[in-house]
Design a binder for this molecule. Sequence first.
Ligand SMILES: NC(=O)c1ccc[n+]([C@@H]2O[C@H](COP(=O)([O-])OP(=O)(O)OC[C@H]3O[C@@H](n4cnc5c(N)ncnc54)[C@H](OP(=O)(O)O)[C@@H]3O)[C@@H](O)[C@H]2O)c1
Length: 249
Amino acid sequence: MTTTALITGANKGIGYETARQLAARGTTVLVGARNPELGQAAADKLIVGGAAARFVQLDVTDEVSITRAAARIREEFGKLDILINNAAITGGLEGDGKASSTTLATLRNVYETNVFGVVAVTNAMLPLLREAEAARIVNVSSEVGSISLALDPDGPFWGMGAISYPSSKTALNMITAQYAKEFWDTPIKVNAANPGYTATDLNGHTGFRTPEQGAEPIVHLATLPTDGPTGRLWGYVWGAGNSEYGALA
Ligand SMILES: NC(=O)c1ccc[n+]([C@@H]2O[C@H](COP(=O)([O-])OP(=O)(O)OC[C@H]3O[C@@H](n4cnc5c(N)ncnc54)[C@H](OP(=O)(O)O)[C@@H]3O)[C@@H](O)[C@H]2O)c1
């Protein structure tokens, strides 16, 4: 039977690479993208590489496009095995980058995509995920959402003061935990992945990890066995070697 995975924001970066790696494992990947040209081009590239891929127009801030995407997946596949909530924005640097320089407009904008978008897409896809034998939901989070790391004066994020992006990932971690509890006694697993600092458009390609490496923890959580964990934030551990992964708090 076909295993299907929907990846939001899969036209580039870590989302695209996640789609590529899942496709290489025999999964049919639904390339979620808000821009039809970019989304179709990404799906075509994956197909040329041997993948079973389809472009699905999906803007995570647009209820109409989310509902249409869910209807299309139901029509074509009748179920969804894997949902990767990957799409996100940073909101850019504001003022001096301190908490007090954050504008409400940016905060709202970032939350629309990184927080509300995840809940909207997840709830719309849940009826399809329930139809799968053992669905996996992976929310792509970040260690910058960790409150303990943010408050560690010796840690890598002590100098980071902006509110919007880091707090959106903190919210995402709690959202992950609450969905995990809802499905605790079911085969559905809900986890959050930390790709680590990865060279993509999100950070002007300043990251020290490759998109291939960034996608690894996401693919790992998306393909967990039945005895795998749920409700965890897991991924690349800052400061560790290139291949060291673990739980984050
Ligand atoms: N890069 C890192 O160092 C890093 C570290 C930790 C976590 N992450 C997380 O990894 C995930 C992927 O980031 P990335 O680095 O690959 O960033 P990226 O290259 O900027 O890709 C972001 C993707 O999200 C899409 N997107 C943005 N808003 C959207 C919306 N409203 N609806 C649908 N798609 C939307 C973008 O589409 P467009 O092309 O149309 O803009 C793009 O496809 C994010 O959740 C990010 O927070 C990244």
